[in-house]
Ligand binder design. Structure first.
Ligand code: PEP
Length: 247
C-alpha cells in the first residue's frame, strides 16, 4: 500500500502558481511511490478540481470545514460544498487554526463527525507544544487529544480516519522531530488504539508533519509506523516537492 503525502499550502498560492505547480508535478505523479494530495486555500479547490480533471494519481484536501452545513455564517465553507467538488480529505484541528481561529476540541469533534458523514476522510491533527515536549509529556498530550474524541463518541469515530502527529514546536520552524521521537509517539498511539479495539487499529493511519523537507523526508516516511507525511513549507517549493514525490 502506498504511503500518503499531503501538501498543505496554508495561505499561499494563486492561479499562476497553481498552473505552474500542476504542470510541473503532473509528470511525476503516475510513477510516484506515494499517494499525493494537495491542500490549496479553499477558494482554489474548485479550480484545481477542474484542472486535474479527476486525475487518478492525485487528490484534493481541504484545509478546513465549518461546523455548520448552511446558514448565516459569513466567510465559512460547509462540508456539503467541499463534497460537491470531490475532495478526498479534510484537515481538522491544525495547530494554526487552534492558535489563530480559536478552534477547540468541541468544534474539532463536530467537524470530524460531519466530514465522516460525507465519506470524506478527516485528517485529525494532534501534537504537543514545546513546554510539554520538554517535560516529556508528548504521549500524554496526544492521548488526551485522542481521548476527547473517543469519549464523546466512541472508538468507532477513529475508523478510517488519519491522525497527523504534528508537534507544534516543529511546525514551520525548520526543526523536525527526530526519528526516535516520531517512532515513540507513533508506536504508542498505535499500541493504544490496538489496546482499545483491534478492528479500528487496522482501519486508521498515522502520518507525521513538522518541518519535513527533501533532506529528511526519506528517513521519516520509511519508518514502519509512519503511514505518510503532511508537508507545509517545503511542499510550496516545486523543485523540492518534486524531489520528494519522485523519490
Ligand atoms: C503543516 O502545515 O502541517 C506543517 C507540517 O508545516 P511545515 O511542514 O511547514 O512545518
Amino acid at each position: 500500500m502506498k504511503k500518503i503525502i499531503i501538501s498543505n499550502w496554508k495561505l499561499n498560492g494563486n492561479i499562476n502558481f497553481i498552473n505552474k505547480y500542476i504542470k510541473k508535478i503532473k509528470i511525476y505523479l503516475k510513477n510516484s511511490n506515494y499517494k499525493i494530495s494537495i491542500a490549496p486555500p479553499i477558494i482554489y479547490l474548485y479550480y484545481m478540481s477542474k484542472l486535474l480533471k479527476k486525475n487518478k494519481y492525485i487528490s484534493l484536501t481541504s484545509q478546513n470545514t465549518d461546523i455548520h452545513i448552511n446558514g448565516a455564517y459569513t466567510g465559512e465553507t460547509s462540508i456539503n460544498m467541499i463534497k460537491d467538488i470531490n475532495v478526498k480529505y479534510v484537515i481538522i484541528g491544525h495547530s494554526e487554526r487552534k492558535k489563530y481561529h480559536y478552534e477547540n476540541n468541541k468544534n474539532i469533534l463536530k467537524k470530524i463527525i460531519l466530514t465522516k458523514k460525507k465519506n470524506i476522510i478527516p485528517i485529525l491533527c494532534i501534537g504537543e507544544n514545546i513546554k510539554e515536549y520538554k517535560k516529556n509529556k508528548s504521549i500524554e498530550i496526544c492521548k488526551k487529544q485522542i481521548n476527547y474524541i473517543i469519549k464523546k463518541k466512541n472508538i468507532k469515530i477513529l475508523e478510517n480516519i488519519i491522525i497527523a502527529y504534528e508537534p507544534i514546536w516543529s511546525i514551520g520552524t525548520g526543526k523536525n522531530a527526530n526519528i526516535d521521537h516520531i517512532n515513540k509517539i507513533h508506536n504508542s498511539i498505535k499500541k493504544y488504539i490496538y489496546s482499545l479495539n483491534k478492528k479500528i487499529y487496522n482501519k486508521f493511519k498515522i502520518i507525521y508533519g513538522g518541518s519535513v523537507n527533501y533532506k529528511n523526508f526519506k528517513d521519516i516516511i520509511s519508518q514502519k509506523n509512519v503511514d505518510g507525511l503532511l508537508i507545509g513549507n517545503s511542499s510550496l517549493n516545486i523543485k523540492e516537492f518534486i524531489n520528494i514525490i519522485n523519490n
